[in-house]
Design a protein around this ligand. Structure first.
Ligand SMILES: Cc1cc2nc3c(=O)[nH]c(=O)nc-3n(C[C@H](O)[C@H](O)[C@H](O)COP(=O)(O)O)c2cc1C
Length: 378
């Protein structure tokens, strides 16, 4: 554990511990993966201004996201099938986030259910909603999130049709895993994972199975998504979802200035500048490359968050400098989880915190909330 110094170290370990089809599910993007790569690469082009002889004592990374106090402005992004990276994955990641003091967002497509996560946490978590054709089921999901005292609803806008990820098709991805010889080999070669999985009953989409009409099991995520995700979703729908939910609402998947302005008009509390981690529209720009123009366009009318490609605390600070009030990590926490379970998620957060703290000091700032365009070289 002491030699795990970077998110890349956690990724290497996860690759060795998680069955290939699930590791690949995390480590993949749409089609050529050009947007997935750009998300990470474009951060490298941004440079900080180094400042010296500035008092750097008493530093703080504390901030707020949608009015909630956070130990650092880094939430865990909603990720589907997290409970396949590690047994009970969503419950463990939520606990790690709670102990660290950052928000955890549970995906609609999670393995552990809203109720499972609520049963092991004390503070409210956030719930991410996909809008499906079965409106009764969507309403029941919103009501279940309310009953679990979730403090924000994250409405994902960029997956009404599933982008194609070649690795998932080649691997025959499914949850629970299928038992062809290839899958048996992939799973059997990760004995620690197998033992853990044998010890949990949480191996399918527990928000859905047994709750949505006619869904007994989900063997193919992509065929279910094709049938169930509602391609008619439009800006008008945001109003009834907002009304039914009645709490803080975050709109996820904005990548265009025009859409950001529309989102601000809905009265939502925040937008997430995001391309779904490069998993949807391959050929779309990286999130970090469009963040500034979107933040400038909406100004103070709506809080701006971003995700995509964050692999270090430095990346978080760059996003803050370019106008984000908060950020999210997807793969970094999944790699931590796959590598070392709950401790790995904590480790991912600690790595990011340390990198943020040292960078903040070397940029001559004491408060993370002071980071702005001035701290970048341009
Ligand atoms: C394995 C995986 C599953 C995901 N599942 C969801 C999901 O169910 N709902 C959603 O809104 N976003 C989902 N996302 C997108 C993330 O919320 C987030 O936008 C993305 O991971 C950020 O990029 P990063 O992984 O580079 O940090 C998923 C991402 C990954 C990697």
């Amino acid at each position: 554990m002491s030699m795990i110094l970077t998110i890349a170290d956690l990724k290497d370990l996860a690759r060795r511990r998680v069955p290939k089809m699930f590791f690949d599910y995390a480590d993949s993007g749409g089609w050529t993966e050009s947007t997935y790569r750009a998300n990470e690469e474009d951060f490298q082009k941004i440079k900080f201004r180094q400042r010296v002889l500035v008092d750097m004592s008493n530093r703080s990374l504390e901030s707020t996201m949608i009015g909630e106090k956070v130990a650092m402005p880094v939430a865990l992004a909603p990720t589907g099938m997290t409970g396949m990276q590690h047994p009970n994955g969503e419950m463990l990641a939520a606990q790690a986030a709670e102990e660290f003091g950052v928000p955890f967002t549970l995906s609609t497509m999670s393995i552990c259910s809203i109720e499972d996560v609520a049963s092991v946490t004390k503070k409210p978590f956030w719930f991410q909603l996909y809008v499906l054709r079965d409106k009764d089921f969507v309403l029941s999901l919103i009501d279940r999130a309310k009953a679990a005292k979730c403090s924000a609803l994250v409405l994902t806008l960029d997956l009404q049709i599933l982008g194609q990820r070649h690795k998932d098709i080649r691997n025959g991805l499914s949850a629970p895993p299928r038992f062809t010889p290839k899958h048996i080999w992939q799973v059997a070669s990760r004995p620690g994972w197998c033992v853990g999985m044998a010890g949990t009953k949480r191996r399918t989409f527990r928000n859905i199975v047994g709750h949505a009409k006619g869904v007994g099991d989900l063997t193919s995520l992509s065929s279910w998504t094709t049938e169930q995700f509602d391609p008619h979703l439009s800006w008008k729908d945001v109003a009834w979802i907002k009304e039914r939910w009645g709490g803080k609402l975050i709109l996820k998947g904005i990548l265009d200035k025009q859409d950001a302005l529309m989102a601000a008009k809905t009265g939502a509390d925040a937008i997430i500048v995001s391309n779904h981690g490069g998993r949807q529209l391959d050929g779309a720009p990286s999130s970090i490359s469009v963040l500034e123009e979107i933040a400038d366009a909406v100004g103070d009318t709506i809080e701006v968050h971003m995700d995509g490609g964050i692999r270090s605390g430095q990346d978080v600070l760059k996003a803050l400098c370019l106008g984000a009030k908060g950020t999210y990590i997807g793969r970094p926490f999944l790699y931590g989880l796959g590598a070392l379970g709950k401790d790995g998620v904590t480790k991912a957060l600690e790595i990011i915190r340390k990198e943020m703290d040292i960078t903040l000091a070397l940029c001559g700032k004491r408060l993370v909330t002071e980071m702005g365009k001035d701290q970048l070289r341009r």
